[in-house]
Design a protein around this ligand. Structure first.
Ligand SMILES: [Zn+2]
Length: 174
């Protein structure tokens, strides 16, 4: 496995629409493994192919939680050629991106989604996601259409005064 460079703000690749994945080969598996290592090292919750310079429709997301013995569990989902099928409810919160460090945008996302995607072997699966995981999937999915936190947010945490932040009502994830 290897750490990949994460494409940063200003690179035009972040604004382009990605093409579907057609070859489910060994190379794809290697890229997905590298992306997982890169995301974990950068403390991200997700990473999309264009963020490592690949114009293809796939991403990974992290579902982090604690088991009964308080061990951190890191489940990484790989989604290739994803499609968000249903969206329910709303959740408004700040959202960051590894390509835009220091830009945390206030964005409303669905509270619950169902998504359909292929795994690294090309098998289709469907899953439900809620709260932070649903937000991460929507965020990464937007990257595949060249849409970023800069497009989705009108307000950024860093630009607000303390008074403005105090007036905000953010949603819980649970
Ligand atoms: Zn991002």
């Amino acid at each position: 496995m290897a750490i990949r460079n994460i494409v940063q703000d200003g690179d035009p690749i972040l604004k382009k629409k990605c093409r579907p994945v057609t070859d489910f080969n060994e190379k794809l598996g290697t890229v997905l493994d590298d992306m997982a290592e890169t995301m974990m090292k950068a403390n991200g919750l997700g990473l999309a192919a264009p963020q490592i310079g690949m114009m293809r429709r796939f991403f990974i997301v992290l579902d982090q939680y604690y088991d009964e013995e308080d061990n951190v569990i890191n489940d990484i989902y790989e989604m290739i050629n994803p499609e968000i099928l249903t969206k329910e409810g709303e959740n408004t919160n700040f959202e960051g991106c590894l390509s835009f460090p220091g830009r945390n945008g206030l964005i409303t996302r669905p509270q619950r989604i169902t998504v359909r995607a292929q795994d690294r072997n090309g098998e289709w699966f469907e899953m439900e996601a809620e709260g932070l995981l649903a937000r991460a999937i929507c965020h990464e999915n937007d990257h595949l259409d060249g849409i970023t936190v800069l497009d989705n947010a009108d307000v950024f945490y860093e630009d607000m005064t303390e008074e403005e932040r105090a007036e905000l009502v953010l949603d819980d994830y649970d």
